[in-house]
Design a protein. Structure first.
Length: 340
């Protein structure tokens, strides 16, 4: 049986508000736990009107309090903006609050436009900015109390001192990210919802070149994909049209916009190239009836040779998003699925 998890970007739908989006993320996490999903991750985006989650650590603290066993994580913390030491301490606090339930997913994307990036990195001026590989190494060292005597901050410990460490994952959408995760000896998540090409090959290369670390003795891989499930194929396609338009607009250089309704998406005047991009972007999604989605997820798991898939959704209507999550859980036989 495939292990399933959820990535929620706290999307703001047309006609809704960021506060409502955050409340819906909380409701979705509680539902995911009851349905038997394994993890629930939240993302980091800045100055984005269509995505409310700008601080995953703060949101995780809340989600941990309203759930009891679900693993809670970041998908991901955008490490180049921050001190690895401070990130390690944030997640040690979370691990102290919710032992054995915290995942630290890290990425290097800016998560916003140039103005937001400059503001986030205001204190980095005059420094070497591309320190990502060193930051990952530092982060792992701080979390495992393994910085070593030759480290530039030798003897420095991240507090609080807790008995367990968060699981550390690197998020990426390229072979370069996979190679870095393998070199650092940490888990790897390929973001197929960002890049529909080359994911299986990247994960295969990651597994083959993995170097054991103090945190992980063997490779751990996941794939994250958009998922839309409904009772009929036609309804699933209708719901997915919101994602189609959202991605088209994003590719045209629009700033992050609120998730359009299917009605708006289906009445949009698409140019021929837009229709081509929609077809291409559907490779970043699984869409269909419960049986069809289950089959697509199984093919995906076989292609990636992984045992866990993370599903994300930009469905406009929150009840439809909940229903999609429920249908996928039931179709895939997740433990804890409600009956009736």
């Amino acid at each position: 049986m495939i292990r399933l998890s959820v990535l929620d970007q706290s999307p703001v739908s047309e006609g809704s508000s960021p506060a409502e989006a955050l409340a819906q993320t909380s409701l979705l996490a509680r539902e995911a736990e009851q349905l038997g999903y394994h993890r629930f991750w939240v993302s980091e985006h800045h100055a984005a009107s269509g995505l409310a989650g700008s601080s995953p650590e703060v949101l995780m603290a809340h989600l941990g309090a309203v759930t009891t066993k679900l693993r809670i994580g970041s998908g991901g913390v955008l490490l180049p903006h921050y001190s690895a030491y401070k990130v390690a301490e944030n997640f040690r606090v979370l691990e102290g609050l919710y032992p054995g339930r915290i995942d630290l997913g890290a990425g290097r994307a800016p998560g916003g436009g140039g103005l937001a990036t400059r503001a986030l990195q205001e204190n980095h001026q005059g420094r070497e900015l591309d320190r990502y590989e060193q930051q990952l190494q530092d982060l792992q060292g701080y979390l495992q109390d393994e910085t070593g005597p030759d480290h530039r901050f030798a003897g420095l410990l991240a507090s609080p001192a807790v008995d367990t460490a968060p699981e550390l994952w690197l998020l990426g959408s390229s072979k370069d990210s996979a190679a870095l995760a393998a070199k650092q000896g940490m888990g790897f998540v390929f973001a197929q919802f960002i890049n529909g090409d080359g994911g299986a090959e990247a994960v295969k290369a990651y597994v083959q070149s993995f170097r054991p670390s103090v945190a992980d003795s063997k490779p751990r891989a996941m794939v994250a994909v958009f998922a839309v499930c409904a009772e009929t194929a036609g309804e699933a396609d209708r719901l997915a049209s919101s994602i189609d338009l959202a991605l088209v607009l994003l590719e045209k250089g629009h700033a992050s916009t609120r998730t359009p309704s299917p009605e708006i998406a289906q009445s949009y005047k698409y140019a021929p190239f837009d229709l081509f991009r929609i077809q291409e972007n559907r490779r970043r999604m699984v869409v269909g009836t419960p049986a069809e989605v289950k089959s697509q997820l199984e093919v995906l798991a076989e292609s990636y040779q992984c045992e866990e898939i993370m599903v994300a959704s930009l469905i406009h209507s929150f009840p439809d998003k909940l229903k999609s999550l429920q249908l996928i859980a039931s179709a895939c036989g997740l433990q804890g699925v409600r009956q009736g």
